[in-house]
Design a protein around this ligand. Structure first.
Ligand code: SAH
Length: 424
C-alpha cells in the first residue's frame, strides 16, 4: 500500500473500528509533527503547515478540513480529498457517582477498549489503553484474564485523548461548568450543596484546579489502561510525542506517566526515546511471589528490574520511580512483606503507591482490609519511604484500576483455558 513518507494509507479501515474512510486516504490523527511535515511535502506545501494542522486537529479538536480557516479554500479541498481525521467510535459513555467517566471505544473486529477520565481538585487525569487485551497475564488483573488481541495503532492511542478532550470541553461549555465554578466552590465551602448538586460542584471545582481549564480539562495522562505499553513501544512513543508536542497537547513530561509490569529492555529504550514519568507494577517483595502474580518476572526478575529503574532515573523528568503495589489480602500484605519490600527498594529513589485490589468476576483474590493497608503503609513510612494509598475511583462503573476489560477477541486462547479451569 502506498503512503506519503511512511505515513499509513488506508484502503479500508473498517477493520480497526475507525470509520470507513475513502480509498487511499491518510488518517492524520496518528501523525506526529515530523510525519505531518512529510505529508505536507507530498502535497507541495511548506513545513509550517504541519504545525497548523497539528493545532487544528489536537488543540482545536477539529475533524473537518473546511473549518481550518487560516488555510486557503483550494488547500482545504485538497486535504479533504487526500486525508481524514478519524478516531475510534464511541460505543458507550458512562459517568460514575464520583464523576469518573469511562468510554468504551470500538477498535474493530469485535474488540473494544476503555478510556477513563478521573477528575480531581487539582488535576484531571486521563487513563489510556495501549493494547486490545494484554498478553502478560498478571493473575489479579481483569484485562490479563481476557487474553490478548493486538497492539493499538497510534491513532487509536492518541484518539482516546482527542475524543476525551473534545467530550470534556464541550461538556464544560454546555453546562457552563467552569463559569459557575466559583459559586460551586462557595456552595461547597458553606456545605450548602444538595446531594444531587454535589457532583457537578465537585467537577466544577476540579476544572478550576491547577493546570485545568475550560480549554484543557485534561492536565495529566497515565498509560495505565488496558495493555502493556512497553509491549507496543513504537506506537506508544509516537502517541506520547504528540501528547508532549506544544502544537498538539503540550503536556509536560512530568505529567505523562507510563506504567509497566517490568519489561526491562523497554524501560531502557524508553529512557533513550521518550523519557516520561515512570510507574512500575511491583506487587511483591520477592521473586517467588512476583513470579506467581506478575509472570513476566520469570524473564526479568526484581534485581534486573530495579537496576533498570536506576538507569532510567538518570534520564527521567522526575527524580523518583513510582512502585505500584496491589493489596491482596493474605497474599502480599503482611507486616513481614512490608519490611521485606522496604529493604528491597531501599537503593531506588521511589514512591510506593498501594492500590486496594479491585475485584472482578471469576477472580478469587480479596482486597486487603483498610487496617492491613494502613499497617503496611506505616511500616514503609517508618523505613523512610514515601507511601500513599490510591483512592479507588469509578468502581461503580468498573472503571477502577485493573477493572478495565472492554471487549477482547482473545488470540492467545488464555481466556478459554481459564474458563475451562474455572468450570472444573
Ligand atoms: N501493564 C501496565 C499498565 C496497566 S495496569 C502495568 O502492569 O503497569 C495499571 C495498574 O493497575 C498496574 O499497577 C496494575 O498492576 C494495576 N492493577 C491491575 N489489576 C488490578 C486490580 N484488579 N486491582 C487494582 N489494581 C490493579
Amino acid at each position: 500500500m502506498s503512503s506519503v513518507d511512511g505515513a499509513p494509507a488506508f484502503v479500508d479501515t473498517s477493520w480497526n473500528g475507525i470509520e470507513r474512510i475513502a480509498a487511499m486516504t491518510i488518517n492524520l490523527l496518528g501523525l506526529d509533527q515530523e510525519a505531518l511535515r512529510g505529508f505536507c511535502a507530498g502535497l507541495g506545501e511548506k513545513p509550517y503547515r504541519a504545525r497548523q494542522l497539528l493545532r487544528w486537529i489536537h488543540h482545536a479538536g477539529v475533524d473537518d478540513f473546511s473549518a481550518m480557516t487560516d488555510m486557503s479554500r483550494p488547500l482545504r479541498e485538497r486535504l479533504a480529498k487526500s486525508a481524514a481525521i478519524a478516531a475510534p467510535r464511541v460505543l458507550r459513555d458512562t459517568t460514575a457517582a464520583d464523576g469518573t467517566r469511562k468510554w468504551l471505544l470500538d477498535v474493530g473486529t469485535g474488540n473494544a477498549i476503555e478510556t477513563v477520565f478521573i477528575p480531581e481538585v487539582s488535576r484531571g487525569t486521563l487513563c489510556i489503553s495501549s493494547q486490545a487485551g494484554c498478553a502478560l497475564a498478571c493473575t489479579f488483573c481483569s484485562t490479563g484474564h481476557q487474553g490478548f488481541n493486538r497492539n493499538l495503532t497510534v491513532e487509536e492511542i492518541i484518539g482516546q485523548l482527542w475524543l476525551a478532550s473534545r467530550a470534556l470541553r464541550s461538556r464544560a461549555a454546555h453546562t457552563g461548568e467552569v463559569r459557575t465554578a466559583q459559586s460551586a466552590v462557595r456552595a461547597l465551602r458553606s456545605h450548602d450543596v444538595h446531594a444531587g448538586e454535589e457532583r457537578t460542584a465537585q467537577s466544577a471545582v476540579a476544572c478550576l484546579g491547577r493546570g485545568v481549564s475550560e480549554e484543557r480539562p485534561i492536565s495529566n495522562v497515565v498509560m495505565m489502561g488496558m495493555g502493556e505499553p512497553l509491549a507496543n513501544f513504537e506506537n506508544v512513543v509516537a502517541a506520547m510525542r504528540l501528547m508532549l508536542d506544544d502544537s498538539a497537547y503540550g503536556l509536560s513530561r512530568r505529567r505523562v506517566t507510563l506504567s509497566t509490569a517490568g519489561l526491562v529492555p523497554g524501560i531502557d529504550r524508553l529512557g533513550e526515546a521518550c523519557p516520561v514519568a515512570l510507574a512500575v507494577s511491583l506487587h511483591a517483595p520477592n521473586d517467588a511471589l512476583r513470579d506467581e502474580l506478575v509472570p513476566i518476572n520469570r524473564k526479568y526478575p526484581i534485581r534486573q528490574l530495579l537496576a533498570a529503574c536506576l538507569r532510567y532515573l538518570s534520564k527521567a523528568p522526575r527524580e523518583f520511580v513510582t512502585f505500584e503495589y496491589v493489596m491482596l489480602s493474605g497474599v502480599n500484605d503482611s507486616v513481614g512483606q512490608a519490611r521485606e519490600l522496604a529493604a528491597r527498594v531501599s537503593e531506588v529513589p521511589c514512591k510506593i503507591n498501594l492500590i486496594p485490589f479491585n475485584p472482578f468476576a471469576g477472580v478469587e483474590y480479596v482486597r486487603s482490609s483498610p487496617e492491613a493497608i494502613a499497617r503496611f503503609r506505616d511500616v514503609l513510612m517508618r523505613a523512610g519511604l514515601v507511601a500513599t494509598v490510591r483512592k479507588t475511583r469509578g468502581d461503580d462503573i468498573a472503571a477502577a484500576c485493573g477493572q478495565l476489560a472492554g471487549r477482547v477477541q482473545d488470540r492467545t486462547r488464555r481466556a478459554s483455558v481459564r474458563q475451562q479451569e474455572l468450570s472444573q
